[in-house]
Design a protein around this ligand. Structure first.
Ligand code: HSE
Length: 322
């Protein structure tokens, strides 16, 4: 049985969730991949976090170099978040021939081409399923099972924090600040939740979705973006009285002349719309292909285990090819 050594950069919500799944489901993962694995090193800012997951403190390192350059590491999980130094570390790992799995949508949206080029150079793989929609396997579906389609539209609720806030404010009348704190405590929100509530996280995810669905790169900062900070309780109530809900929608559409339009914006959806019933931290990605027609993916878009599930799925895909 081939043995794979894994290094984890960052032990926050997703790093911790990934570790827990790798330990809990070891037997089935080894059976499915035909590989055994060991988590060799974890880059962690606060080693106290390891205790909560029962991790031996000897695995902790405070040097990313131990992982991205370490001869004893085959596969790197980058879960520190933010564009730098995450991108630099992923590029180094890939060029050193170590495959990388990441949920870091900000770094991937900003640098997808560079990361793919580095993977090619190092003969390694970069996998990004956890970047969009948490546990929902939409990216793999778009790039594999649905890749024979020409897509005309991608419509998504792709931020769990804002969907949670809009649901709790609209359905339960709870105040914005209280619900945001709750979303942070549950591990849905970014370290700086401005990225969630101002729609920046959605723009990162839409940029990735467009690269994969339309083969067109649009930088996140070039996507017209509006978050939810201007949505009041009154707006949500008014929508409710009309039988609608306000949702933060990320949308890209290709018209018949080949022009791609895109935006992130709160939109009022009628109850009959398939995305209207997507509540709380749930996400959905609704995509239209010329052969398949309309397809909708639905599931938990944030949180340790749903996002860890996508990271582990990518690790398994890499192990199966070894
Ligand atoms: N902050 C993100 C969200 C985490 O709320 O959806 C998952 O990408």
């Amino acid at each position: 049985m081939k043995k794979i050594n894994i290094g984890i950069l960052g032990f926050g919500t997703v790093g911790g969730g990934t570790y827990d799944i790798l330990i809990k489901n070891r037997e089935l993962i080894e059976r499915r991949t035909g590989c055994s694995y060991e988590i060799k090193k974890i880059l962690v800012r606060n080693p106290e976090r390891l205790k909560a997951h029962g991790v031996d403190s000897s695995l902790a390192t405070d040097s990313a170099r131990d992982i991205i350059e370490g001869d004893d590491i085959d596969l790197v999980v980058e879960a520190i978040g933010g564009t730098e130094p995450a991108t630099d570390w992923m590029l180094t790992a890939l060029k050193n021939g170590k495959s990388v799995v990441t949920p870091n949508k900000a770094a991937v949206a900003a640098n997808l081409h560079k990361l793919k080029a580095a993977a090619k150079e190092g003969g390694a793989e970069i996998r990004i399923e956890a970047c969009v929609g948490g546990g929902i396997p939409a990216l793999t579906a778009i790039t594999e099972a649905l890749s024979g389609n020409e897509f005309s539209e991608v419509l998504g609720i792709v931020n769990g924090t804002t969907n949670y806030i809009l649901t709790k404010m609209g359905d339960e009348g709870l105040p914005y600040d209280e619900v945001l704190k709750d979303a942070q405590a549950k591990g849905f929100a970014e370290a700086d939740p401005t990225a969630d509530v101002e729609g920046i996280d959605c723009a990162n995810k839409l940029s990735i979705l467009m690269s994969l669905s339309f083969d067109k790169y649009v930088a996140p900062e070039d996507i017209p973006t509006e978050g939810i900070t201007n949505i009041s309780m009154e707006d949500l109530q008014r929508a409710k009285e009309k039988g609608c809900k306000i949702k933060l929608i990320s949308k890209a559409a290709l018209d018949e002349s080949g022009h791609l339009s895109y935006e992130v914006k709160p939109m009022e959806l009628p109850k009959s719309h398939p995305l209207c019933g997507v509540d709380s931290e749930f996400n959905a990605i609704y995509i239209t292909g010329d052969a398949v027609g309309e397809v909708m993916f639905y599931g938990k878009g944030a949180g340790a285990l749903p996002t860890g599930s996508a990271v582990v799925g990518d690790i398994i895909s890499i192990m199966k090819k070894l």
